[in-house]
Ligand binder design. Structure first.
Ligand code: AMP
Ligand code: ZN
Length: 437
């Protein structure tokens, strides 16, 4: 048989919960056995007297303490490695810009399982081996590059490893090679749409684009809709993180309502980040993940810092792997002004609902005596008006809606399109000047 791997695998993807949980328990025990081979978990398990036999049901997972990013940093680079180094064929690190990064090692089998998960995710939204897949995300240590590359190759797509940046060249590739599927971070998807317009090309009519995988950074439903309308594509949310290999952890299905988290490869928990207790199903909390199939660097109860919830109920698509909601943000993205907790996504949610508003914005928090100030610099769409009164009315409407949403009155400043720095990787949306002073 020419193809050994099935990309739509109903036996796995629509498995009954009972069977899925039995598979998870079996794989959890195998994972614990493997992890015991690493200096970090080996020592921990010995101290706590944990062996594979300690797990009679999935609830026993709570016997294992959480693993945090800080702990992973202390094991940098190979303290959590559970296989001989000779079996490791690649390492990746997280895209954190400060301090020691976290490093994840992969065996050949780890890389294959990762490519399978990405292939499964793409196949699920209709990508086939007849598609031309362009990956407009950074390559190198960032896992969105090689992760999607091997996943799309695994599926048999004609892949275009364009990498990030040089937008005009991206557009040339899209038109010359007949790109049908593209992957990029959401902020870059919108940038692409703007450059198409500047070049006088209508991507809806003049290209074959039909599917956009957007992920790697938080975005709102309004941003997805913009990507879909401007580029004439269906856009699907893709979630992953380098500690869990990379993309292919959770992915939307054609229903576009929550991302199925691949529970044959991961156990998910949602906890209250303060009490560390599980939240009731359906409530927002921090996503905690345990790898179930990784060989080189199994991670148990890894605290992602990402805030989401499990969507209650079954998905009409028939997959039984539970869905997580669009990320609300990261607990470390949250900022506090005048005693109120604010997430950048709450602000984006309001801004992008206005048709006059462009695609780029920057939130700056200025330290001020008597209460810190939130300044939102916002690009408007091309000269949509030069009527000062109209601009002032729009500004007032936005400020008042933001105040209702975040309970603090921000200052909103309108800018010409193209005034703010445009990132090619993950967008920087918040500058907190209090942290610099
Ligand atoms: P890295 O491991 O450096 O690639 O970054 C992983 C982080 O990116 C995750 O922990 C999330 O905070 C963020 N991220 C990845 N995918 C998404 C997504 N679809 N929506 C929101 N945030 C995401
Ligand atoms: Zn579904």
């Amino acid at each position: 048989m020419a193809m050994t791997q099935k990309y739509w695998d109903p036996e796995i993807e629509t498995m009954s919960r009972k069977d899925l949980e039995a598979l998870q328990l079996k794989r959890l025990k195998e994972t614990v056995a493997r992890a015991a081979g690493s200096p970090y978990y080996g020592k921990l398990f010995k101290e706590l007297n944990i062996t594979p036999d300690s797990f009679k049901s999935l609830a026993d997972l709570s016997k294992i303490p959480f693993t945090t990013k800080e702990q992973l940093r202390t094991t940098y680079p190979f303290g959590a490695l559970a296989t001989p180094k000779a079996d490791v064929v690649r390492l990746h690190s997280s895209s954190g810009t400060t301090g020691t990064p976290t490093v994840i090692c992969h065996t050949k089998k780890d890389l294959e399982a990762w490519a399978d998960r990405v292939a499964r995710s793409l196949y699920g939204v209709g990508v086939r081996n007849t598609d031309v897949f362009q990956n407009s995300s950074g390559y190198g240590m960032f896992t969105g590059g090689l992760g999607f590359q091997y996943g799309a190759e695994r599926l048999g797509c004609l892949t275009v490893p364009a990498a990030a940046g040089n937008t005009k060249r991206q557009i040339k590739f899209i038109t010359d090679f007949g790109t049908t599927v593209i992957h990029a971070v959401p902020s870059y998807a919108l940038r692409l749409a703007e450059v198409f317009r500047d070049m006088g090309i209508d991507p809806r009519k003049d290209t074959s684009l039909r599917i956009f995988a957007i992920g790697a950074e938080p975005h709102t439903e309004a941003q997805r809709q913009r990507v879909e309308e401007m580029l004439g594509v269906k856009a699907y949310n893709s979630f992953g993180m380098s500690e869990m290999s990379g993309p292919g952890v959770a992915f939307e299905c054609p229903e576009q309502h929550g991302m199925h988290l691949w529970e044959d490869h991961y156990i998910m928990e949602i906890i209250n980040p303060d009490t560390l207790e599980p939240v009731p199903e359906g409530e927002v909390g921090e996503l905690v993940l345990t790898t179930l199939t990784r060989e080189a660097m199994p991670l148990l109860r890894y605290r992602s810092r990402d805030l989401t919830r499990i969507l209650p109920g079954d998905c009409p698509c028939g997959r039984t792997h539970r869905r997580i909601d669009r990320m609300k943000g990261r607990s470390d993205d949250m900022f506090i002004v005048k005693g109120v907790n604010i997430f950048p996504m709450q602000i984006e949610n309001v801004l992008l609902r206005y048709a006059e508003v462009g695609n780029n914005y920057l939130i700056t928090i200025n330290p001020k005596v008597g209460g810190d100030e939130i300044l939102i610099e916002l690009e408007l769409k091309d000269l949509f008006t030069d009527d000062y009164g109209q601009l002032e009315r729009l500004n007032k409407r936005i400020v008042s809606q933001l105040r209702d949403e975040i309970l603090v009155t921000p200052v909103v400043k309108f800018l010409q399109p193209g005034s703010l720095p445009q990132s090619e990787g993950k967008a920087v949306r918040v500058k907190d000047l209090r942290k610099l002073s």
